[in-house]
Design a binder for this molecule. Sequence first.
Ligand code: ING
Length: 311
Amino acid sequence: MARNIVIGAAQLGPIARDEPRSSAIARMIALMREASGKGVELVVFPELALTTFFPRWFMADQADIDAFFETSMPGPETAPLFEVAKELGIGFYLGYAELAEEDGRVRHFNASILVDKEGKIVGKYRKVHLPGHREHESWRPFQHLEKRYFETGNLGFPTFSAFGGTVGMCLCNDRRWPETFRVMGLQQAELVMLGYNTPVHYPPAPEHDHLQDFHNHLVMQAGAYQNGTWVVGVAKAGHEEGCDLIGGTCIIAPTGEIAVQCQTLGDELIVHTCDLDRCREIQTNIFDFAQHREPDSYQLITATKGVRKPN
Ligand code: ING
């Protein structure tokens, strides 16, 4: 008996710095309507999908930075996406910059939400692994100031019962850390959704630039296989404000196989019928955690942040 969900990965091409949110939303609605015509039930959009990837610039004025954040979700400019989704009976994952008032102070997170087919927010995630740096570094051809503009996510890696299964979310750099997938795997995730903005050029190690697409699929395929979960990774791709971002949007089976992937660096929808019951092939076998894991041998993983001297 298959527990199928038809998933659409909606890759976005570049979003210009001065492109209004209404334009990005219109592009996402077009992809959602295309998805509806293909029987899609759940659409996954990229990280920070409403604006250009603004951490590539140093901005001194907090008002300039905050202009890229959402103070309410949905808000006036994002409401149309929720309305069309509800009209079409399609759920979606959306990555965006969240400006929140919590504990009496303003907080800034690189966030994602999960919205069900009725247009209700049923899950939220805040990016834990913030890559890049905190101060302006003039040697770089472009900045990567996520550590300056965002706080570390404070929600952990939750999973949610939705769309007939157990689903989780993460964002971009999170996918490079095996802990991300394992924490959700230990909550029996059957589907992990994530968006990313990944430059081809990585200034600290340009000798790895040609490996960006390989590393992108490597980490997501590993995460899928080692936890027996479907993984949907969705790019903001293409030449965006002078910076080349990789594509490689894909839907990966619990076996680690790439089921379908985008062929372009623009707005592009790919669709796959994902049988959530296929997770059992892995989760009750090679990666049956209760049978095979030995956590007493893994203490170091949470005991220390950085490396320790070998004994
Ligand atoms: N972007 C990149 C990512 O982790 C990066 C940062 C690029 C890290 C290339 C290492 C190599 O995919 C975001 N937004 O995290």
